[in-house]
Design a protein around this ligand. Sequence first.
Ligand SMILES: Cc1cc2nc3c(=O)[nH]c(=O)nc-3n(C[C@H](O)[C@H](O)[C@H](O)COP(=O)(O)OP(=O)(O)OC[C@H]3O[C@@H](n4cnc5c(N)ncnc54)[C@H](O)[C@@H]3O)c2cc1C
Length: 421
Amino acid sequence: MDFEPSPRSQALHVPLQRFMDDLVLPSMADWHRYADAGVYPLDVIEPLKRRAQDLGLWNMFLPSLRDDQPGSRLDHLDYAPLAETMGRVPWSAEVFNCSAPDSGNIELLQMFASPAQRERWLDPLLRGEIRSCFAMSEPDVGSSDPTQLETRIERDGDGWLVNGRKWFITGAAHPACRVALVIGRSGGGAGGDDPHRRHSIVLVPMDTPGLRIERNIPVMDHQALEGHCEIVLRNVRVPGDHLLGEEGAGFAMAQARLGPGRVHHAMRSIGQCELALELMCERALERHAFSLRVGDFANVQDWIAHSRLEIDQARLLVLRAAWTMDRRGNAAARVDASAIKLITAQLQTRVMDRAMQVFGAMGLTPDTPLARLWSWGRALRFLDGPDEVHLRTVARAELARAKTRRGANARHLRRWIPVPP
Ligand SMILES: Cc1cc2nc3c(=O)[nH]c(=O)nc-3n(C[C@H](O)[C@H](O)[C@H](O)COP(=O)(O)OP(=O)(O)OC[C@H]3O[C@@H](n4cnc5c(N)ncnc54)[C@H](O)[C@@H]3O)c2cc1C
C-alpha cells in the first residue's frame, strides 16, 4: 500500500495551505465576532468562497465530479491530507464547498438524482449557492437503528405526504439551507416487510408548508449557528418526482452516503488533534511550575508522546480506508469506515483532554480552541452512529472471519499433562 499523495494532490495542497495561512487564519477574529453575536458569518465566508473557487480549491472531495461540474476532482486518498489541513479551522471546509452535511448529500444526489433533481438541487449545491441537510434521526426511536424510523412517506395522489419529527438535523438553520433529504417509512416498494427495504428518501424544499423548525438544539451547551435542529413535518406534500432513487431504497442510499464522509470527518479530526498537540507542546515549553518547565514533567512528556503515536496510528488507518475505497469501492471499506469513525472521535476527546490539562484552567475557556474541539469530539461519538454500533460492526466482521477458519489454530492448543516423575 502506498499512501503517498499524488503529485496533483501535493500541487493542490500548496495553494490550500497558503489560502489557510493568508486568508482563513486572518479572518478568524471576524468570524468569531459574527458568531459571538449569533449571526451566521456569511460576510466572512462568501468572499472567501469566491476566492477558493477561482483557485480551483473547490468540491475537492468528490471523485465522481464530471468535467462539466465545477471543482477539482480528487480520489479519497488524495483528498485526505487536504481535509486534515482544513480541519484545523472547523468552519473553513465550507469556504471550499467541502463541508458536511452537504458533501454527503452531494454524493447521494450525484449517484441517484434524476436529471430534474440534479438541475434543481445538485447543480446549485455544487456551485455553493445553496445548502442542504439530511433528516434521519428521530426523538421517538433509537436512531442508531434506522430500520426503526417512524416518519411516514406515503403516496398521496401523484405526490408524497410526509409526517414525522426529526432532530439533531445539522445545517437546517444555515441561512442558505434550501432542501432537506428526509428519510422515512413508505408503504410500497419491492421490499415487502424487509426492514432494510421499506424506507425511502424524499427531497423536501425547506419552505414547503408543514415543515417547521421547532428549535436549534444546543449540543454540549453550545448552539451551533448552522443548527442541529428539531424539525416537525406535518402533512408536508411534495410532488411525485421529489422521491430520490427508488421507493424502498432509502436505507441502502443512506449507507452509500456514509463511507467517504467518514474519511472526511476522520481527517478533519486528525487535523484538529495535530493542532492540539502543537498547542500542548508550545504551552509545555513556555509555562513553568515548581521551578520546572511544564514540559519537563514526565507525565506531560507521556501525554505528548502518546498523542503523537495515537494520531499517527489513526492517520494510517484512515489512509488505508481511503486507499481501499479508491481501489476496491466503498463496500470493501465498510468495516474500516466504522473503525476510523470510532477511533478518531475517541482520539479527539483524548488528545484535547490532555492539551486542556497542560493549559491549566485556560484550557477550559474559549481563549483556546481546545474546549470547543473537545465538545465536538464528544458529539462525534454519536454523530453518524454511536461508538457501540461501530464496535459491533468491527467485532462481527472479526467473528465472521473466525468462522471461516474454525480449527485452523488447533495446533496452537494443547492439553497440558504433567510428565510423570
Ligand atoms: C452534533 C450532532 C449532529 C447530528 N447530526 C445529525 C444529522 O445531520 N442528521 C441526522 O439524522 N442525525 C444527526 N445526529 C443524530 C445522530 O446520528 C444520532 O444521535 C445517532 O445516530 C444515535 O441515535 P440516538 O441518539 O437515537 O441514540 P440511540 O439509538 O437511542 O442509542 C442510545 C445508546 O444506546 C446504545 N446502543 C445503541 N446501539 C447499540 C448497539 N448496537 N450496541 C451497544 N449499544 C448500543 C449506545 O450507547 C447509544 O449511545 C446528530 C447528532 C449529533 C450529536
